[in-house]
Structure formats: structure tokens, C-alpha cells
Write a protein that binds this ligand. Structure first.
Ligand SMILES: [Zn+2]
Length: 518
């Protein structure tokens, strides 16, 4: 059972109904996920009124000992001494600040007086940079360093690290012993195990960002990672419990919950080739196979990042080699760049008879050619003739071109990657999702879409489970992290099996012989 450092209570502007109004609602969800305790803050305190929000939090969680209050603060708003006195009176062990939302600096000349008062009172400080985009690193790391050095006895927890952050925090973890990282977006493959191996297991803090994001992702990430049981417990529970009880009060460390399993699993959106934000041991076929084994993935359909970023011939050759070396585990997309029609024709000629290539990939964003551009026509006609899936990373998600394209190429199966880049909270995406429900050959993959709590349930309700394929976007994201929102979703087992393998088997025409199913 876990102790969650990052949970919000109350309604947030723009959250479209995904909010916990009451402690009871939150506790029901925590029970279903196996989260024993949570450090909770009030949405109102983040958005508009710290004082009233913190007071509302106390009212809402009163009588619920599993919920620990975390007040929200702003530097220079009130006397740090008085604030700490109020926190003591209400038994509040931690404060959270939102420097990006609040437009203030975390450097000692701004946050210092509040941070020093918290340190003197043996409280913890959470710096929440919120990380809205998974490839951005919006954290003021030099500010984090200065604050940690200025208050060496203050436990500092940084929230909002993303897959773009690992190069930045490594040196700081060594320098600042009071620095901790909250892992709700620590999705870089193998990064938890790597950090634990470097001796930082005591600095990682489990957090979910419920209800803005699904807790299943970090729970599955930690649950499926190759960690010793002691490190797993520290990350999921003991590290946070220790920070919040500095007087050394013994905390019980409940058994972590087993991750729900499903088999087989086929991942329809995987890359081979390097990705600068990931580490050197993630881009090759052998790395993918090792991580697939760890997370129970039977097979992947892979496209090359080299090809997505322009070196199409190099990338397709790499995929062809990986497929023929592991024919039941790695299948390929032929990645084509419509900007170079002669090259695309040549690639089709070269690999057209290679049965390892089960689909076509168009990366409209990196190649800069929209799916409705006439330069795609020859490629789409090829896929139509072969009844192949076409994985499309599209730059715009208007449903209009899709209706036309799906009609014009009725035998191709179009998979809109990443659910068009966002979830059904977005109006255009919701329209596209609804179009898929009515369009035989239009599908989505859910790669890198970890979204609000209930996202998969919403997608199934609007599009139908038959239209959704599991994809991870490995090596950008960890297989386990990406599996979490499906494994922990509240959909029926038949729908789960369709998403995790049934749909992929159907449209990629993968028979038992094409897969290693044990
Ligand atoms: Zn991708």
C-alpha cells in the first residue's frame, strides 16, 4: 500500500468534472488503487485563495486520518512565523508552493524566509512545477539548488519532473542531501531502477497527481520495476512517511499492492533508435526486449525514431534487422516521409514483400506533411491495397480530414497516435473520438496520453473499446508507466483484452504463429 504525496481535493478550473469533492470520494478511489494514505492539498488554495483553501481542506479532511493536510503557501503573503504557528495548531506537516502558477521565484531572496521558518518547525516543502507538457522541463534547478543549500535541514520535494529532467537533477541529488523527487511523471524507461542503483532510492517519493492524472501509471511503474523490496517500499511509502514524521515516530509500512495483470499484451506504438532525453540503454532492440520481458509485453509494432526524425532509409533498415532477429516479438511499421516521394517509392519497393512490416507510419509533425496533403496519396493507396494499418502522428486533430480519408481508403486501418495529442477533455479530440465510433477503419492509440483519472473509461464510453489500441511510445516512456492507466482502469476484462491485444491482433493480422504467447 502506498503513501501518495500529490493529491488534490476540490474543484479546479478547467478540470471538467474530474475532481474529488469530498474526502469520502477520494478515499473510495484510494481503496480501489491500493493507496493507504495521501498528502492532500485544496484546489482552491492553488488557484485563488491560499488561506480560504487551506481552511476548506481542514474542514473536508477532518475525521479522516488517512488524509494528511498539505497547505499551499505564497512567499511574502503573510508572516512565515504566524503561518507556521497555524500549521502547528492544525497538525499540518508540509507546505506546497506552485511557483509557475503563482509567478514567483523559489530562490532564497524570495522563498527563503518562508522556507527557513518551515525548516525551523521541521516541516517539509513541496515545490510543485506541475510539468504540464511531458517533454518540457520547467523547473528552476539552480533555484532548487540554492534553496536546498540555504536550508540544509529542510526536506525539499520537487514535483513536476518529466522525461526531460534526468540530465538536470542527477548532479543536484549528489550535492543536496535534502532534495527529493516526486515521481508522478518520472516516466523515462528504467529511470527509477537507475536512480535506486545510484543510491537515491531514499530520495524518490511516490505521487500520483490525482485526479489530473491516473495513479495507475506510477503505481505500475514502481510495481513492475526490478527493485529490491526495501527500495520499493521506501519509494511507495516509507520515504514520505519519514519526511512527515521527523521526530522519528514509527510508521507502519504496509505491503505494496500487486499490479493487476493481463495477457497477452501487444504494444502498437514503440520506437527503436535513440531519443536524446532517454538513456543509452533504451534505444536498441535488445533494450526493448529486456524491458518487454520485465513488463509482460508479448510483442511490439515498432517504428524507428531515426526515420521519424528524417533518416528514413537508415531507420527502416534498423527495424527490418530487429524484426528478422526477433520475428515473434518485434513487428515493424515502414516509416515513410511524403516530402520525398521518390524515396518513399523506393522504400516501398525495397520492403513491400517483407512480411515483418505490418503497417505504415506517417509522422506528420516531424516530417511536416499533413495527412490530407496530396503527397500522402500514393502511400495511403499502398496501405489501402495491402489492407494495412497506418499509424499517423498528426499535427491537428480536426475530425474533418479523417472522415474523408477513411472513406477514400476504406481498406486501410487508420490509427491516430496519442488520441490526436490529447484526451476527450478537448473539444476537437472528443469529436474525433466520436467519429471513430462511427467509422469502421478509424482507431486510436493511447501512447503517452496519461491523462485524468477516468480517461480510459471516458474513451471506451465515447469510442468503444474496439477502437483503442495500447501503445507506450517506448523509449520515450516506460512500458510499465504506460500500462498502468489500462491495467488499473475500471472497464470490463473483455474491453481491457481488446485494448491490450485483441484489436492489434485483428488489424495487424497477427496469428498465434506470429506471436510468442507464453
Ligand atoms: Zn511515438
Amino acid at each position: 500500500m502506498a503513501f501518495d504525496a500529490n493529491v488534490r481535493l476540490g474543484r479546479l478550473a478547467g478540470s471538467r468534472g474530474h475532481a474529488f469533492d469530498t474526502a469520502e470520494e477520494l478515499l473510495d478511489v484510494m481503496d480501489a488503487l491500493g493507496i493507504a494514505r495521501a498528502l492532500v492539498y485544496a484546489a482552491l488554495a492553488r488557484e485563488s485563495d491560499c488561506a480560504r483553501g487551506n481552511q476548506l481542506l481542514q474542514e473536508k479532511i477532518s475525521g479522516h486520518p488517512r488524509l494528511t493536510p498539505c497547505w499551499v503557501g505564497i512567499p511574502h503573503r503573510e508572516s512565515p512565523g504566524r503561518l507556521v504557528e497555524q500549521m502547528n495548531a492544525c497538525k499540518v506537516p508540509a507546505m506546497r508552493v506552485f511557483p509557475n502558477t503563482g509567478h514567483f521565484s523559489i530562490r532564497p531572496w524570495c522563498l527563503g524566509p518562508l522556507a527557513r521558518a518551515l525548516a525551523d518547525a521541521k516541516k517539509a516543502l513541496l515545490l510543485d512545477f506541475e510539468g504540464p507538457a511531458w517533454t518540457d522541463d520547467r523547473i528552476d534547478w539552480e533555484g532548487v539548488r540554492q534553496l536546498c543549500v540555504d536550508c540544509p535541514h529542510l526536506p525539499v520535494v520537487v514535483c513536476g519532473i518529466t522525461i526531460a529532467s534526468p540530465s538536470n537533477y542527477r548532479g543536484l541529488l549528489r550535492e543536496c542531501k535534502n532534495l527529493h523527487l516526486e515521481i508522478s511523471q518520472l516516466a523515462c524507461p528504467g529511470e527509477t531502477r537507475r536512480l535506486a542503483g545510484e543510491g537515491f532510492a531514499d530520495r524518490l517519493i511516490f505521487g500520483s497527481d490525482l485526479p489530473s492524472r491516473h495513479a495507475g501509471a506510477p503505481l505500475t511503474l514502481v510495481g513492475l520495476e526490478s527493485l529490491d523490496e526495501g527500495s520499493r517500499r521506501m519509494i511507495l511509502h516509507d520515504n514520505l512517511a519519514g519526511l512527515l514524521t521527523p521526530s522519528g515516530i514509527a510508521v507502519e509500512s504496509p505491503q505494496p499492492r500487486a499490479i493487476p495483470r493481463c495477457s497477452p499484451i501487444i504494444d502498437a506504438h514503440v520506437h527503436l533508435g535513440g531519443w536524446n532525453h532517454s538513456f543509452a540503454d533504451t534505444g536498441r532492440a535488445e533494450d526493448a526486449l529486456r524491458e518487454m520481458d520485465r513488463c509482460g509485453i508479448s510483442a511490439i509494432i515498432a517504428t524507428s525514431l531515426w526515420a521519424c526524425f528524417g533518416e528514413v532509409a537508415l531507420g527502416n533498415a534498423d527495424i527490418a534487422a530487429a524484426c528478422s532477429a526477433s520475428p515473434k516479438r518485434i513487428h515493424g511499421y515502414l516509416t515513410l516521409d511524403p516530402k520525398y516521394p521518390a524515396d518513399a517509392r523506393q522504400q516501398i519497393k525495397q520492403y513491400g514483400q517483407n512480411t515483418h512490416f505490418r503497417g505504415v507510419k506517417l509522422h506528420c509533425q516531424t516530417h511536416g506533411v499533413d495527412i490530407s496533403d496530396s503527397r500522402c496519396a500514393g502511400i495511403l493507396a499502398y496501405a489501402n491495397e495491402r489492407q494495412m494499418p497506418v499509424l499517423v502522428h498528426q499535427t491537428q486533430i480536426s475530425p474533418r480530414p479523417w472522415k474523408d480519408i477513411c472513406q477514400r481508403y476504406p481498406h486501410a486501418h487508420f490509427i491516430v497516435a496519442h488520441v490526436g495529442g490529447c484526451g476527450p477533455d478537448n473539444g476537437d479530440a472528443l469529436e474525433l473520438v466520436r467519429l471513430a465510433a462511427q467509422t469502421e477503419n478509424l482507431y486510436f492509440d493511447i501512447a503517452a496520453t496519461r491523462n485524468h483519472f477516468g480517461f480510459i473509461e471516458d474513451l471506451v464510453a465515447h469510442a468503444g473499446a474496439k477502437k483503442i489500441l495500447f501503445g507506450s511510445d517506448y523509449p520515450l516512456m516506460d512500458f510499465g508507466f504506460e500500462l498502468g492507466q489500462v491495467l488499473f482502469s475500471r472497464i470490463n476484462p473483455q474491453d481491457k483484452a481488446l485494448i491490450l491485444s485483441g484489436n492489434a491482433r485483428r488489424i495487424f493480422q497477427l496469428s498465434d504463429n506470429d506471436l510468442r504467447l507464453t
